[in-house]
Design a protein around this ligand. Sequence first.
Ligand code: BDP
Length: 735
Amino acid sequence: MGGTAPRGDATRWTTGLRLLAVGLLLLAACLCAGHARAEDGYDLWLRYHPLPAAQAGTYRSHVTQLIAGATTPTQVATRSELLRGLGGLLGQALPVADTASRDGALIIGTPVSSPLIAGLHLDMRALGREGYLIRSVVVNGHAATIIAGNDDIGVLYGAFRFLRLLQTAQPIARLDLRDWPRVKLRVLDHWDNLNGSVERGYAGASIWDWWKLPDWRAPRYTDYARANASIGINGAVLNNVNADPLILTHKYLEKVAALADVFRPYGIRVYLSVRFSAPIEVGGLKTADPLDPQVRRWWRTKADEIYKLIPDFGGFLVKANSEGQPGPQDYGRTHADGANALAAALAPHGGVVMWRAFVYANKPGTDRIKQSYNEFKPLDGKFAANVLLQVKNGPLDFQPREPFNPLFGAMPKTRLIMELQITKEYLGFATHLVYLGPLYQEALSADTMTRGKGSTVAKVVDGTLDGHALTGMAGVANIGADRDWCGSVFNQANWYVFGRLAWNPTLSARAIAEEWVRMTFSNDDAFVKPVVDMMMGSREAAVNYMTPLGLAHLMGHGHHYGPEPWDASGPRADWTPVYFHRADYAGIGFDRTATGSDAVAQYAPPVAREFASLQQIPDKYLLWFHHVPWDYRMRSGHTLWDELVMHYTHGVDAVKQMQRTWSSLKGYVDDERYRQVAAFLAIQLHEAQWWRDACIAYFQSINGLPLPVGYAPPAHSLKYYKSLSFKDVPGYSSW
Ligand code: BDP
């Protein structure tokens, strides 16, 4: 028996109960996980959760049946989105019908696809191919709603708009609205590498599983297309601008074609970033000289091969002669020569070249922010009709704040496409809550004054200033394989606002934030208002704790994570913070007036005068354009140094306020998303404090000045901040 106790019935009972308990726990865990999964952010702003009963009841009386064709792939996609969306929001499946047999039919289609729509003889001339109208009408004596367009894709956009009306709790009884995109190419630029990494990506690996393509078309690709179509995005550049030439090999083109097939029903064309020297690397030629007949033939043949696989291929995006990339200047040719050679290959197929103006290699010694303008302005009028020059919003590089890029308005004969960054390379990566709507709006609403007052950047972008029909907006995507796509729920708002502003650059960032909050979280005003306020203030908070008063590029070298204002290391001076802030014992800032680099002269005279004048320059651009003494008197009456410390401190305080706001809203959000946001705000606060303290410690070491009364000294010594070093930072790239 050896000490073993006899195992009687009682023991068996306890074991049984234990097993039952474990089973119940497991069941509960599964149910919870099931619930949590539903709010893990995967569904983005297309959650379609049931609306509150009263509201759903009202909507149900207006939407009782769906009349929709399902002949083309886009029609199938539209119908299924409406069934899914309305079924979810209204809490019951919507019957599909052929005729309006009672009040509440939702009739969708084009005059070609729908006899009912054709019978209404609607004036849809102004809508173009992608526009739509939504109207309450009477059909066969019954009240009905129509969603109509000239083309299937317009109807799809209209369907998403209709869903949004319900998602954001708008009345739908008497509808009469029409909308169309003001910009033609609304494109996401993915900086995704073929090995699955993403340059400046903070949301996990690339969503393109190149290895398994073309055979495995992950369902996620369809959800990606749905999300884009819901905000009007109609193009995707699939690979990094620092392009691997392999993308142009047949094997990869077949993979690209598979993605194009998935996206096509949603109105999305694919584009590729190409390496200028691909004729050498892929084609085996000795040169990539754009004027060489063999090179030109190679690009033509390559374009023919691509269009055979992808008849609606969008075109090429090119980063040339920039940050080590090859380009036409390697052969003594201009950017126009290079762009036009590729454009000639694409033109017979209707493709475009998006040629990047982010170039700063010409003369070392010239202020870096002047170089792109110097390079491209003389080429105005030299680009082929299917070339778009892709210009970043500011003249430097996606900083938390920059003045608008002086190329906008300066090249009337060139089609300019605006490039914004959605991934927050310089704005706190995935974890900082920074809504970029105000940044985009600031850039778009800037007045270039190039054709008199009101010559806004938005008018350059939508083509109305100079009468261009081929227009575009590109956003460097923040999308990765993370369940929530963007590395955080609030980063989804940046994808969203980019799409909405690309659709119409004059929309308000606040209104867009509100839409997004209502769809993503809740329609409860007690939640919506404080969250929208928090989002609207978040970009200014980041500017304050990172680079206030016109400072720029104080981030750590290469990885761009955290502050390194002291960095003066190689390989190029104009990659270092000290180059940009120019702080010394006497003062700080970059003199870009006539006494300095004279970058102001690149703007139209009234703007140049404003930026050059210490009396007129807005505080937010002061140190971008001026070098001023530390005791310079600001408008507030404070010295510059005191004001700088105050701005840094306000930035940190603003994050504390965001934390308070968020914790007051706990009851409105599911636990999973609540906790993620709260945890990320804690990271943001920690890093904001680090930014403030490291920058103040450094600048104080230069000027030797005391802090204004009541402002806390940095938590650590400058030596400590300098000792911090970071490896394995996500999205790393050496420039
Ligand atoms: C910089 C990024 C770098 C990009 C470059 C670009 O740090 O990774 O390659 O922009 O836009 O901001 O080409």
